[in-house]
Ligand binder design. Structure first.
Ligand SMILES: NC(=O)C1=CN([C@@H]2O[C@H](COP(=O)(O)OP(=O)(O)OC[C@H]3O[C@@H](n4cnc5c(N)ncnc54)[C@H](O)[C@@H]3O)[C@@H](O)[C@H]2O)C=CC1
Ligand SMILES: O=C(O)[C@@H]1CCC=N1
Length: 269
């Protein structure tokens, strides 16, 4: 059997991965999807030309299974899936919080599990996808899992113990930047700019700053220092941020996200 990939659960992440694999040149005939609602299945079949199959059939048809359901739905998915997953399958979990061992326990002994934390920039081929091997996954399994994510952005391997922190940083990270853009656009309104102008200024500034961060190789402090003139505007803003505890708020926020990822380990709540 050639490499056929099943995406089990095709919501935001599942569909983003599916579209990314197709953009990367994988033929639609190599991809299978399983969803809960028939209309959603029809939509995906029409949009991408992929096969939409019941869970058991998808699991039997594919060599690699990508689990892209919410952590809270993972238990039910694995219960339904387990009888159809042979020991030769590679299972790639995209779920936050769920340890690879929790998935291994519910599947046949020896099934290879790789845990991946990606993020929504999959949609624009700028994802950060971070992989960890479960106990039965070999280097070859990690390579295979990495090949799925490499075309849609950067990949990195970490020990699984770091995955809750990774989830807090890069998994949830896009939302923090969107939130900042929203808040800075509001600030533009406060300063009297039309919303559309404020939005465009902030988005282009975010793109410019992100590109400098990625391409210059400079430390962010150096980049910030180059913006801050003595007794100028920027240091006035930075002092206000320090007064309002923005740095402390970020430390607390990411700690909260990490803790929530740990709580999701049980797949409940
Ligand atoms: N949205 C994000 O930014 C990120 C999400 N993740 C993880 O990806 C996973 C999916 O998240 P989203 O796509 O945001 O959620 P979502 O709610 O958009 O998608 C989940 C999909 O799974 C389907 N589903 C549930 N049980 C199913 C079953 N038994 N069989 C078939 N389909 C089933 C649901 O109908 C839904 O369409 C989660 O575990 C989340 O932690 C990871 C990184 C980023
Ligand atoms: O908010 C969440 O739980 C998921 C995991 C990382 C990003 N979104």
């Amino acid at each position: 059997m050639g490499e056929r990939i099943a995406v089990l659960g095709a919501g935001k992440m599942g569909e983003a991965l599916l579209s990314g694999m197709l953009r990367a040149g994988r033929p639609a005939t190599d991809l299978v999807v399983s969803v809960r609602r028939a209309e959603r299945g029809e939509e995906l079949r029409e949009r991408y030309g992929v096969d939409v199959l019941p869970l058991a059939d998808a699991a039997r048809a594919a060599t690699t299974l990508i689990l892209a359901v919410k952590p809270q739905d993972m238990g039910a998915l694995l219960d339904e899936l387990a009888p159809h997953v042979g020991a030769d399958r590679l299972v790639v979990s995209a779920a936050a919080g769920i340890p690879a061992a929790a998935i291994e326990r519910r599947l046949a002994p020896g099934v290879a599990v790789v845990r991946v934390m990606s993020n929504t920039p999959v949609l624009v081929d700028e994802a950060m996808s971070v992989l960890s091997a479960g106990t039965s996954a070999t280097a070859e399994h990690l390579d295979r899992a990495e090949e799925l994510f490499a075309p849609v952005g950067r990949t990195l391997r970490v020990p699984e113990a770091q995955q809750d922190a990774v989830t807090a940083l890069s998994g949830s990270g896009p939302a923090y930047f969107f939130y900042l853009v929203e808040a800075m656009t509001d600030a533009g309104i406060l300063l009297g700019l039309p919303r559309a102008v404020a939005h465009d200024l902030i988005v282009q500034t975010a793109v410019g700053a992100a590109t400098m961060l990625r391409d210059s190789g400079e430390h962010p402090v150096k980049l910030r220092e180059a913006v801050m003139s003595p007794a100028g505007t920027t240091i006035s803003a930075i002092r206000a941020m320090e007064d309002h505890g923005v740095r402390a708020a970020l430390l607390a926020a990411l700690e909260a996200a990490r803790d929530r990822s740990r709580e999701l380990a049980s797949g409940q709540g």
